[in-house]
Design a protein around this ligand. Structure first.
Ligand code: C5P
Length: 223
């Protein structure tokens, strides 16, 4: 039998990454941060000057991405692109923005499919993204879909950046989140939506630990 998968999907800024990391550590399972793959395609394109709508070239980029994920004890995952440490570079706002554009291309999504499925290895996998439960791992043992209002997510992001809520930067963060949600939800291929069998958790009123406890309880129930 194939190794079990826990799929964690939802919009940006909802806390998927933090949750996926802590669940993978608690379970001692592998971790797939699928957003990082889209960010890597975007970074490659930006560095090479490839147009962000060049479906053919970007599909090839996705298929042949020379990436290595290396688990560094107590620090998380180090990401290496063709010999270059890009762990921080891919987190830049400009790269996230470009990632959400290249992610609309079916060639890119198809090019990343097998790479994502390669992460499904014993004893199990925790996968975070937008379409883990709907497209990449439709047979996942547990599918969690996190939501939170755009305003709550903007506030969390602002707090991370120490930006005050009555500043122009806050308005910008808020409108970027709304725009990116819109692009993720309306694209033709693999739009952001919960799988029919996903458990939906609204994190607007919950702390990180409460969400973690709820997911661990779901895992225990299904054992
Ligand atoms: O989650 P993260 O912000 O790193 O993802 C970057 C972008 O990649 C998202 O805005 C989204 O458009 C895209 N993405 C996707 N499918 C996934 C993961 C990320 O389309 N499974």
């Amino acid at each position: 039998a194939q190794a079990p998968v826990i799929a964690i999907d939802g919009p940006s800024g909802v806390g998927k990454g933090t949750l996926a990391l802590s669940v993978s550590q608690a379970q001692q399972w592998h971790l797939l941060d699928s957003g990082a793959l889209y960010r890597l395609v975007a970074l490659s394109a930006l560095r090479r000057g490839t147009a962000l709508d060049d479906a053919r070239v970007l599909g090839e980029t996705a298929r042949h991405l020379p990436v290595r994920f290396e688990v560094v004890q107590d620090q998380g995952v180090r990401i290496d692109l063709d010999g270059d440490d890009v762990t921080r570079a891919i987190r830049e706002e400009s790269v996230g923005e470009a990632a959400s554009r290249v992610a609309t291309l079916p060639t890119v999504r198809a090019g990343l499919l097998d790479r994502q499925r390669d992460f499904q290895q014993a004893p199990g996998l925790v996968a975070d993204g937008r379409d883990m439960g709907t497209v990449v791992f439709p047979d996942a043992a547990l599918k969690v879909f996190l939501t939170a209002s755009a305003l709550v997510r903007a506030r969390r992001r602002a707090a991370q950046l120490s930006v005050s809520e009555d500043s122009a930067i806050f308005e910008r963060i808020y409108s970027d989140i709304i725009q990116r949600d819109e692009r993720d939800a309306t694209r033709a291929t693999a739009p952001l939506k919960p799988a029919d069998d996903a458990v939906i958790i609204d994190t607007s009123e919950l702390g990180i630990e409460q969400v973690f406890d709820r997911v661990m309880a779901l895992i225990a129930e299904r054992r």
